[in-house]
Design a protein. Structure first.
Length: 278
């Protein structure tokens, strides 16, 4: 585990900060390093885009920036940190600046040098009090979680951005690890690609002890061209009111993004400032 500072805002971002309030809009998105996948065969025919740059990637990043600019906290998975395939662009930093997020962090989980900088991202309009980088346990390395704590007037809010492994055994190890991290917090939000359906996560995994809302229905996100599996989630503590949850029709990856509108309890109203962490 490593503790980090969030990147401070640019002057342009500071000018655009919204007025603080209890209503929040959240989004999680596995962006597949900016590759648009519309058929299973594209995993083969467009597989080279995971290694080499492509002209449409920048256009897709612009579309993603337009999508996320109305949200308050965004968790990204499969974002490139600056390698050959992305034109040496840190995609999280790029999106933060284009969508005018004052605070952002990019977590590199698979460092392939010039060929790939694979990882997660967290973008927020609120200054995190604490920001931690966690490498998750599992059969294979390369999975991680970004943990941000936001100070409220009475109680803090914990936000976790995560990308879990495919294997059930590794997932259980990772979820047990995350549950331990969250154990001392009442107000928690977990966002990311969890590679597991909602019922399995909330009824059969270690998260069944996490006191999260139980959604009324599965919201399928994968594959983006014909969604059949609900594996991307925003899980929210029962202490927080969920106003709306939806999967967005935004087919510029092999996953669809999940958006949530919620209302925080007054004890965790988040301040917005134009300064970074101290």
């Amino acid at each position: 585990m490593h503790e980090h500072q969030a990147h401070p805002p640019s002057p342009q971002a500071a000018e655009a900060l919204p007025t603080a309030g209890q209503k929040l809009r959240l989004l999680t998105y596995n962006m597949q390093v900016g590759i648009a996948t519309h058929r299973y065969r594209h995993y083969i025919t467009r597989g080279w885009q995971h290694l080499l740059p492509h002209g449409l990637r920048e256009r897709n990043l612009e579309r993603i920036a337009e999508l996320i600019q109305t949200f308050d906290i965004v968790a990204l998975q499969e974002a490139d940190g600056g390698s050959l395939r992305s034109g040496f662009v840190n995609q999280v930093e790029y999106l933060a600046h284009r969508a005018r997020f004052p605070y952002w962090y990019q977590q590199r989980n698979r460092n392939l040098g010039r060929l790939g900088q694979h990882g997660n991202g967290l973008l927020t309009r609120f200054p995190p009090e604490i920001l931690e980088d966690h490498k998750l346990p599992g059969a294979l390395p390369g999975r991680g979680a970004i943990v941000a704590r936001f100070a409220g007037p009475v109680e803090p809010l914990l936000v976790v951005g995560v990308h879990l492994s495919l294997g059930a055994r590794s997932q259980r190890l990772q979820l047990s690890y995350l549950l331990e991290l969250m154990s001392n917090y009442r107000h928690v939000i977990v966002m990311g690609d969890m590679n597991s359906e909602t019922e399995r996560l909330l009824l059969e995994s270690p998260l069944q002890h996490g006191n999260f809302h139980r959604p009324a229905a599965e919201l399928a996100t994968y594959p983006s061209w014909r969604p059949e599996r609900a594996i991307d989630h925003i899980l929210i503590s029962r202490s927080i009111t969920i106003d709306r949850t939806e999967v967005l029709d935004f087919p510029f990856s092999d996953h669809l993004p999940v958006a949530v509108e919620l209302t925080l309890p007054s004890a965790v109203r988040l301040p917005v400032t134009a300064t970074g962490l101290h």
